[in-house]
Structure formats: structure tokens, C-alpha cells
Unconditional design. Sequence first.
Length: 356
Amino acid sequence: MTGERTGSVKQTEQVEQTDLPDLFCPLPHRINPHAEQARRQLSDWVGTVGLIQRESARRRFEHADFGWFASVVYPTADRERIELMADWFAWLFLVDDQLDDGDFGRDPEHAAQVVAGMRAVLESADHGAAAARRTDLPTSVSSLADLWRRTAPGMPAPWRRRFVRHLEQCLTAAAVWEAGNRVRGVVPDEDDYITNRRHTGAIYVCMDLVDVVEHLDVPVGVYDSEEFQEALDAACNVVCWTNDIYSLEKERFLGEVHNLVYVVQHHRGLDGRQAMSHVCEVTSAETRRFLALEERLLHRYPEHSGVLVPYVEGMRTWIRGNLDWSSRTKRYRAQPGAAVPQPASYLERDLVVAER
């Protein structure tokens, strides 16, 4: 499908977060008992691997509180794995910032080169062990190697192939699809956006990490089944749309069009409040749909309840935890009386440039 050209970027009517309609989420809040350790370890890790170097970038990073985020979406992870999950979150969000907020996301050729380096890490026989030690790579590549060497060993081959496919789809959609839309001035239509949002939001990647946390090996036939895929897509939609609801103000400040609220407003001719109300309604409806689909999935494969029950619970904690984090993180809000941070203050050049 094709989208419409934007012409000049139209600012979305501001909707205060205190005015947002309530989202339906009848799931309990949970938090990992190792949350504080995850926060401390994450702060050390991003400095050690070079993802965060400047004080201005560190302040913004700490405000996001990715260690707490990982702890509310993976509440059952042991200490080693919750620290690994937090590190994955930092990497995914910092790479996302480069693609969304900086020149990198508007230069498909450069982005494709860096993505090729990431692909080489994921396909390496040593799971990135050698690349993690190299100093001649962009830090987004060398830090990915550090993550992959800590994640891939011991995981089943079908899981590794699926994870690599999902991460590559995420990076390609962001580096090619989103970047191409920005260069051409295109606002994607709703169906196109919803499909690609599950990739650009890295939510398939994050759901794959449920297997790591819970030590699962979902049979390929079950994973590929209609029942599993529909439940998974519904959960992923809820997470992505919730993120869009809370990140709208920050993204529109930067002229970003890849947000469901703005896509709805643009194509349906609504004002900002109407578009926000619509997206909140469909997000709540998608949560209800997920709850029905998870019941169908568990009923269809009772013999695989040992892996499906914890995986479904992982989808549930993602829906709830993402809502909890999105509603409280400072990542999407400026401090009272403070200007919205400019990308130049928090984007680290070494993430996407090898010269360092």
C-alpha cells in the first residue's frame, strides 16, 4: 500500500497526558525483585560498551529508566537474565533514537551499511564474541555483539533463526521503510503502518526474549500456527499503540509522522483529540481481542501448555508493564519549565560511525 505525501508537516493539536482516556487493562502490575540491580548494572554497561559517553546523553538515558521497564515486563527473570533484558532495551531504544531523531534515519544508504554490520554479527559462528572486542566498529554493532554472545549460546537453533529474522525485519523496516517515508514526505496509511509498526517497534524481538527469560522452546509448528500468530500480533499491537499514545507529543515535536495517532488524524481528517480518543478506543478493543485469542490458543494446544502458559503470561506482562512504564517514564516528557531536549544533545555519533 502507498501513503499520502505530507506536503508541509502539520503539528498535531496537543493533548495533555492527564487528559488521555483510560486504557482497558485488567492485568496486574508486577515487578521483578532484581529491579534495582538491573538499573545499576545497566548504567554501568552502557558506559562500558560506549553507547553513552556525554553527560547530556546520560541524563536523558537515566530519565527513561529502561532497567525498571525491563523489570515490569519480565517480572520473573532471574538476576542474570533481567540484567541482560535491560541491556537489550538500552540497545534497542538507543538505536531507535538514531533512526527516529537524527540524520541517520534520513540516510537509508548509511543505515543499510550499519545494518549489514549488525547482520554479520548475528550470523557469525562465534555469536559475536570476536566483534564484541573490536574497537573499529560503530558502538551499535560492537555492543550488539556483546549482547548476542550473552544471549545466543544455549538457545535452540529455530529460536536463534527466528530472533535474527525479527531483528533484521525491525532494522530494515526502520532503516528503509521509515527512512524512505521521511525522505519522500509520506504519511503511511493505517494498514501499512500497523503492519510495519510491529517491526519498527522491535516488539517481536522483545517477545522472543520471553523464551530466554522463561527457558522456553516453543515448537515451530505451534509458533507458526494461526492461533499463536493472531494472539501474538494482538499483544504486539497493544504494546505499539500504547507507546504511540504516550510518545505522540515528543514525536510530533520532532516532526515525526510514524505514530498511529497522527496517521489516524492525517488520513481521517480528525483533530488531535478525536484521533487520540479513537486510538485509545481501538487499543482497549485490541486488548479485549488478545484476551479472547489467548484462550483460543491455550484451548487449541493443551498438550503444549507447559510452554504456552508462560509465553502467554509473558505477553500479558508486556501489555501491562509497557502501559505502566509508558505512563511514568520521563523519556516522552520534558521536565517542568525545561525545553524539550534537542537530538544533538543526546545522540552519540559513535553509535553509527566507526571512527572512534
